[in-house]
Design a protein around this ligand. Structure first.
Ligand code: NAP
Ligand code: MG
Length: 403
């Protein structure tokens, strides 16, 4: 079989534990036999990060910045237990956090829809994609416990000019205070990433906030969004997509009643909460993909799940596992489709789409891993082991493209 040549390089970021095990199976059975790719490989497995004092994470992020497209396996974010378990020099920072701040990107989570894995919400037919702003608000807040009567004030001291003092509350007794902030540049970049994503995926863009109550803070977000959308309104028209601003509570109600098929841009806290609601509504974490998009159009694709430790422990004991590889496969096909789109190589896009189709049809034929079995309708008997599922997909691809 002649391989399809991918014109420009792709950055591959390797990871940890069970995610790394399936990563290698996917590459060997579903990617390497079909594509000829100039891979720029970065091993972000915990050992390598420790050896390089985490420089490899920065190098990988810089490579994506240069090359434009990357694909990443799930990695361990070490906590104290992990430092002991892997005998690490330090509790290295989250690789995703490092890469996200270097690319200044936004993460979009998108579920994979399969006919016989119906979502919990009956009318959801198309993916609901969540874009979460990842800077500020309560995640960078200053808090204070008020122990007794006194006046709380908001004070801003400009570099030049008069101090601004606004009274927050005159406390008669105990209470609590929080100060939050955000940055115009960060909000604007978030809006731009969301606009890029909506245009490139041809989906409506929704943004929800509570500007009726928070006229300045939430209003600031609303105005930046409408300002940026306004600048490219002709592109929205060309693509046949719409922008909708909603109050956040209305957005929640409308999303539940909808068929899906929109990008829902969320402020930091809303995105944290809503992405978990949408993910569980669509079924397994094994069906949730994620892509980091920078405001200047660099992409990093991954699965939303972690390193699946429990399965890895079973695997190390030599026991059979049934780990869902679908989101990781779609990370690869997502990266290849984007590469093909940027390079203008239709055959790359077409083949990557064939692989996605083969995955979906395999599940629709009733071949699936254990996590999907309780969700399947009609019900299925039995489940495929980790490697059996990938093999079933590989043979289906060979059948379609061979015949
Ligand atoms: P996790 O790896 O996502 O796994 C949590 C549980 O969800 C698993 O034990 C499994 O449930 C189920 N699950 C997740 N993915 C699955 C799949 N593909 N197939 C079947 N079942 C799946 O989350 P975690 O245990 O909280 O985190 C483990 C490690 O991953 C941590 O070190 C964390 O730092 C890291 N992490 C990395 C990323 C990333 O790199 N993007 C994201 C999140 C977490 P059952 O055990 O019930 O089968
Ligand atoms: Mg959360």
């Amino acid at each position: 079989m002649k391989k399809v040549k991918v014109k420009n390089p792709v950055v591959e970021i390797d990871g940890d534990e069970m995610a790394r095990v399936i990563w290698h199976m996917i590459k060997e059975k579903l990617i390497n036999p079909f594509f000829d790719i100039d891979i720029r490989y970065y091993d972000l497995g915990i050992k390598k990060r420790d050896e390089t004092e985490d420089r490899i994470t920065v190098d990988a992020a810089m490579a994506i910045k240069e090359i434009g497209v990357g694909v990443k396996c799930a990695t361990i974010t070490p906590n104290a237990d992990r430092v002991r378990e892997y005998n690490l020099k330090e509790q290295w920072k989250s690789p995703n956090g490092t890469i996200r701040s270097i690319l200044d990107g936004t993460v979009f989570r998108k579920p994979i829809i399969i006919k016989n894995i119906p979502p919990a919400v009956r009318n959801w037919k198309r993916p609901i994609i969540i874009g979460r702003h990842a800077y500020g608000d309560i995640y960078k807040s200053t808090e204070y416990i008020v122990e007794g009567p006194g006046r709380a004030e908001l004070v801003f001291t400009p570099e030049k000019g008069e101090k601004v003092v606004i009274e927050m509350h005159n406390f008669k007794g105990k209470g609590v205070i929080m100060g939050i902030h955000n940055l115009e540049e960060s909000i604007r970049n978030f809006a731009l990433s969301c606009i890029n994503y909506a245009l490139s995926e041809r989906v409506d863009l929704w943004f929800g906030a509570k500007d009726t109550i928070s006229k300045k803070y939430h209003g600031f977000f609303r105005d930046i969004f409408s300002d940026e959308v306004e600048k490219v309104s002709h592109k929205f028209k060309e693509r046949g997509i719409n922008y909708r601003y909603l109050l956040i509570d209305d957005a929640v109600a409308q999303v539940i009643k909808s068929e899906g098929g929109m990008l829902w841009a969320c402020m930091n806290y809303d995105g944290d909460v809503m992405s978990d609601m949408v993910a569980s509504g669509f079924g397994s974490l094994g069906l949730m993909t994620s892509v980091l998009v920078s405001p200047d159009g660099k992409y990093e694709f991954e699965a939303a799940h972690g390193t699946i430790v429990r399965h890895y422990r079973e695997y190390l004991k030599g026991r059979p596992t049934s780990t869902n590889s679908i989101a990781s496969i779609f990370a690869w096909t997502g990266a290849l489709k984007k590469r093909g789109e940027l390079d203008n190589t239709v055959e790359v896009v077409r083949l990557a789409s064939e692989i996605e189709k083969a995955v979906i049809e395999t599940v629709e034929d009733g071949i699936m891993t254990k996590d999907l079995v309780p969700l399947a309708s009609p019900p299925v008997k039995g489940y495929a082991l980790t490697e059996e599922f990938i093999d079933a997909v590989a043979s289906r691809i060979k059948k379609t493209i061979g015949g």
